[in-house]
Design a protein. Structure first.
Length: 69
């Protein structure tokens, strides 16, 4: 199944969840990623329950703290 991840085409299994997609795509630091699905930020607790569909658009976001005092 074709989806778009961070602006690039990707192939994943049909019926895969967000967590399944993270596994299939071997996402770095998957425990710290926030997923935006079709413009809506999804809660981590929902990642297993949300099934991706053909042509979905996923943005993977990493929030980082830091800076100087």
């Amino acid at each position: 199944m074709r989806i778009t991840v961070n602006g690039k085409p990707a192939e994943v299994s049909g019926g895969v969840s967000i967590n399944g997609m993270l596994d299939e795509l071997k996402t770095t630091d998957a425990l710290y990623v926030t997923a935006q699905l079709n413009g809506v930020i999804r809660k981590r607790e929902e990642f297993d329950a949300i099934t991706l569909n053909e042509n979905d658009v996923v943005e993977l976001l990493y929030f980082m703290g830091g800076g100087s005092c």
